[in-house]
Design a binder for this molecule. Structure first.
Ligand SMILES: Cc1cc2nc3c(=O)[nH]c(=O)nc-3n(C[C@H](O)[C@H](O)[C@H](O)COP(=O)(O)O)c2cc1C
Length: 353
């Protein structure tokens, strides 16, 4: 995900799950052909297995970039046929490529011919308001003949006019059943479903019908969920660094990583810490913990010290909330006794703590 799943984010996610396949942000062929290749392709050895997602529509450029990806050690090359942004449309790639399955097939073939890692395609179920199943079925049929065996399907249309990229992840309706139908019609191909999947029960439901599930926003916002994945989906007993994995282990390892990154590349720790702000979601004091890790005034402070500060603030916050709670409850109770009680108000007031 652009601006989100950079190599720092992927390093963090890899501490939480050893087996899930991680994807880069989309890297355009233009950025690799004309730009700073190491900046775009460098990644940490710990990130494996990791797929490079490319954006482009020129077969020769894509072949060149796929080769670069292979040389840099990526485990899969993925072509983006799902991004609806105007900038990407001006470049004639992303979701608008779904209207040109023969061109996508040429792109896939050009890449398959030069790399020995899997070449996969991520796409939508349609473009604009067309609800035709045949459209996506024919797209998959044509592209698979060029050598793509795995499709990651974001199960909503991309509306190419009038919606921002964010709205295009929310407004067009999700139609998971179409992905199931693709699997039924192409049983020899592998399909991973994407879009609106938020918990392990939903993942298990999809895995009964399909080959994989891609999680986007929920993984970023609620990263501790990833700590369940190896045991839930990959049949492994989850192990920590010294026994049980804890959030603090992960945070400490991230501090170590921040120190190494600063020494090797001058990376400020804030560039890394921003990806882990959801780590303590749901725990007492999470908001104060996040505030410390987001505080740019601390940019000169060493990461392990920031961690200590974040925990002392979170603990103080948790203690004060614990003390304050009965007072709030008492206040509510006494006001409830004086006037007609409003139980829903009590619930709402109670929630933020
Ligand atoms: C900030 C952001 C950036 C994204 N960038 C990409 C991208 O570079 N390539 C891509 O294939 N999808 C991208 N996506 C879309 C997600 O991969 C995913 O398809 C979409 O969010 C739906 O899945 P979800 O409901 O699990 O989040 C992005 C999503 C977000 C929120």
């Amino acid at each position: 995900m652009m601006d989100w799943t950079d190599r720092h984010c992927r390093y963090f996610h890899r501490l939480l799950t050893r087996h899930a396949l991680l994807y880069t942000e989309m890297v355009t062929t233009g950025a690799l052909v004309h730009g700073d290749v190491p900046r775009h392709l460098r990644f940490n050895a710990e990130e494996h297995p990791v797929a490079l997602q490319l954006g482009g529509s020129e077969p020769a450029d894509l072949a060149h970039c796929a080769q670069l990806g292979k040389q840099w050690g990526y485990d899969e090359i993925n072509l983006n046929c799902g991004c609806p942004s105007e900038r990407v449309q001006r470049g004639a790639f992303g979701a608008c490529l779904m209207a040109e399955p023969l061109l996508v097939a040429d792109c896939v073939k050009a890449m398959v011919d030069v790399v020995d890692v899997p070449v996969t395609v991520k796409h939508r179920i349609g473009i604009d308001k067309s609800e035709s199943y045949e459209f996506v079925r024919d797209f998959v049929g044509t592209v698979s003949e060029a050598g793509c065996q795995t499709f990651i399907v974001h199960a909503r249309n991309a509306w190419l006019q009038g919606l921002s990229p964010k709205q295009n992840r929310e407004v067009p309706p999700l139609r998971h059943a179409l992905v199931h139908r693709l699997k039924h019609d192409f049983p020899a191909l592998r399909f991973s479903i994407n879009g609106g999947i938020h918990n392990s029960a939903e993942v298990h439901t999809q895995l009964r019908l399909l080959d994989g599930v891609m999680i986007g926003r929920e993984a970023y916002h609620n990263p501790w969920w990833l700590a369940d994945w190896d045991a839930e989906f990959f049949g492994e007993v989850a192990r920590g660094f010294d026994g049980e994995l804890t959030r603090e282990d992960v945070e400490r390892r991230m501090c170590d990583y921040m120190v190494r990154e600063a020494a090797a590349h001058g990376t400020p720790w804030s560039n890394i810490a921003r990806h882990m702000l959801g780590l303590r979601n749901g725990l007492p004091g999470a908001r104060h913990w996040r505030q410390v890790w987001s505080d740019h005034k601390l940019k000169g402070t060493a990461p392990h010290e920031v961690m200590a500060l974040a925990h002392s603030q979170a603990d103080a916050d948790a203690r004060s909330t614990a003390v304050a709670k009965p007072v709030v409850a008492a206040a509510l109770d006494s006001s409830a006794a004086r006037s007609a009680p409003a139980p829903t108000t009590q619930v709402l007031v109670g929630l933020p703590s």
